[in-house]
Design a protein around this ligand. Structure first.
Ligand SMILES: [Zn+2]
Ligand SMILES: [Zn+2]
Ligand SMILES: [Zn+2]
Length: 93
């Protein structure tokens, strides 16, 4: 278990009173989870209010998943803002 970098292990979201998504209010991220490369734990897409396609709004992804080598884990094709076609925007395989 690692301290959640998103909420500084308070377990609470910094902008709301809701539980922090990445750690589910526990303040720690379990070893088998990592913060989503794409939204950095927000669970939301930067361009829209829709759920992040990388983590389906959870803010975390399985850390055992391999980072996509085509987009280096950011989910975007290099040089464009289009979803990486190798990982369909998820940032991992
Ligand atoms: Zn947290
Ligand atoms: Zn995400
Ligand atoms: Zn990719």
């Amino acid at each position: 278990m690692d301290t959640c970098p998103r909420c500084d292990s308070t377990g609470k979201s910094t902008d709301k009173t809701a539980d922090c998504k990445p750690c589910n209010g526990t303040g720690t991220i379990s070893d088998d989870l990592a913060l989503c490369y794409r939204c950095k734990g927000d669970g939301k897409s930067k361009e829209t209010t829709a759920d992040c396609t990388g983590c389906a709004g959870k803010g975390t992804i399985p850390s055992s998943a391999n980072k996509c080598s085509n987009c280096d884990g950011n989910g975007n094709s290099s040089g464009t803002t289009a979803d990486c076609n190798a990982c369909t925007g998820k940032g991992y395989k």
